[in-house]
Design a protein around this ligand. Structure first.
Ligand code: CU
Length: 465
């Protein structure tokens, strides 16, 4: 990474030392753009939710310095000078127009993970944005409400660019979700949880072996020892596993249950109460946590049970009359039509650290062709070195079965997914159908970013209809 300030675009920098971790986290919250200096010059990009007007949201990638918690400044990469990147938000049916500027010394792309967009704006490694250049990502929002994320997808450099800071949430809203009157405003908290390593100067450091990057410090929304003041209310946490390689086993520190209402592709059909969730890089969770019966002064933490890490600490500081509630197990959230009767089956074996079906990725090679709008069964098989979080571009899928290994499906794997964790020794079957854009080249790959960079990725073509 080049830390030469000459390559950093001119900007004003406000170091709000008085804000502290609590304030900094809340400043990074949903659409709290007013706290971010870069948005002073771009008031129209506070949100892209106005679907009636064509707007251009500015998004830049640059070398930047940011607070990674406790006042520790780190050099890294940032979208819009923010680590993680700003929350983007759009309504189903809207047209998104994002002018992306690359101020890095390397080429990059922006991939809208989870969002069904045409190849040309999918951030495919063929479509790089060169240093100093810009590109307009322009696409309609065609899918249901869900949490997605945007991050780079250049060939062989995704792991480094994501790890050094390039990742941000992209929330899609729709009518169905709005009707549920879920917690909003400060009670809806996007949370990107990842691990990190720092060098002796306190800068983010990327170094990874073939089996992936594993840091020694967890970051929640870019902060170590993250903390959030909360009210006695129901909170909605929109959680992304933003790690390069680490699988989280998320729980509350007191062992209490939380309520899962959605995942990668949006709402589940029914809420599920759970006390822990194991989820891999790229997977998302939509959780309700009920703090209504807590007392001022109570503390709770999200923890990772595998490393015994505290991910974020909540302190109840304000007693309020709650207005939100938690749906019960029989309260329907959504209707999901199951994909049925697949017309063909394809098998993909994820081998070593770099191959699918014996091949390493070649961005100019199309490995298979998929007819438009036909339901297919895709079988993901581990050939060792799992887990492999398998991600598909261009469509969501439904997870059908898992055999071997954990030998079951989990509640967070129901509904619509775009990333599924295939553990060592496991075979996972999914049903998928590409029925939005025809005649497109998309990717399917392992989302363990070092596996992806090593070549565990494949191009396929959705055929003309
Ligand atoms: Cu993998």
């Amino acid at each position: 990474m080049n830390r030469n300030q000459e390559h950093v675009p001119t900007r004003r920098r406000f170091i709000k030392t008085s804000v502290g971790v609590l304030g900094a986290l809340s400043a990074g919250r949903l659409l709290a753009f007013e706290d971010r200096p870069n948005f002073d010059r771009c008031p129209e990009c506070s949100a892209i939710s106005d679907y009636k007007l064509p707007q251009t949201t500015q998004l830049s990638a640059s070398v930047d310095q940011f607070d990674v918690g406790g006042g520790q400044l780190s050099w890294g990469y940032a979208y819009n000078e923010s680590f993680p990147g700003p929350v983007l938000e759009a309504y189903r049916g809207s047209n998104v127009r994002i002018r992306f500027q690359n101020f890095l010394d390397d080429h990059t792309t922006v991939h809208w993970h989870g969002m069904v967009v045409p190849h040309a704006v999918d951030g495919h490694p063929l479509n790089v944005v060169l240093p100093g250049e810009d590109f307009i990502y322009h696409f309609p929002i065609v899918q249901r409400a869900c949490l997605n994320w945007y991050h780079p997808h250049p060939h062989e450099m995704t792991g480094e660019q994501v790890n050094l800071g390039l990742a941000g949430p992209f929330i899609i809203r729709d009518e169905e979700e709005s009707m549920l009157e879920l917690p909003v405003g400060s009670y809806e908290v996007p949370l990107i949880i990842r691990d990190a390593k720092f060098d002796s100067q306190g800068n983010l450091r990327y170094s990874a072996g073939a089996s992936g990057f594993f840091g020694d410090v967890p970051l929640a929304n870019g902060k170590q020892n993250a903390a959030l003041s909360i009210d006695t209310e129901v909170y909605r946490f929109r959680i992304l596993n933003g790690c390069n390689a680490r699988v989280w086993r998320l729980a509350l520190s007191n062992g209490a249950a939380f309520t899962l209402i959605g995942n990668d592709g949006g709402l589940l059909e029914f809420p599920v109460d759970l006390t822990e969730i194991e989820f891999g890089p790229g997977e998302r969770l939509d959780l309700l946590v009920d703090f209504r019966n807590a007392s001022v002064g109570n503390q709770f933490r999200f923890v990772d049970l595998d490393e015994n890490w505290d991910l974020i600490e909540f302190t109840v500081t304000n007693s309020v009359q709650p207005v939100f509630s938690v749906p019960g197990p029989t309260d329907r959230l959504s209707v999901i039509s199951p994909l049925v009767n697949p017309v063909r089956t394809r098998e993909f074996t994820f081998e070593g650290h770099s191959r699918i079906n014996g091949l390493e990725y070649d961005m100019n090679r199309i490995d298979f062709e998929v007819p438009f709008a036909e339901t297919e069964l895709w079988r993901f098989i581990t050939g060792g070195n799992g887990p492999h979080p398998v991600h598909v571009h261009g469509a969501s899928f439904q997870v059908l079965s898992r055999s071997g290994g954990r030998n079951m499906l989990f509640p967070w794997e129901s509904g619509w997914k775009d990333t599924v964790l295939v553990g060592d020794g496991e075979t996972v079957e999914v049903l998928t159908r590409f029925d939005v854009y025809d005649d497109q080249v998309y990717l399917m790959h392992c989302h363990l970013l070092e596996h992806e960079d090593n070549g565990m990725m494949t191009n396929f073509r959705v055929l003309p209809r």
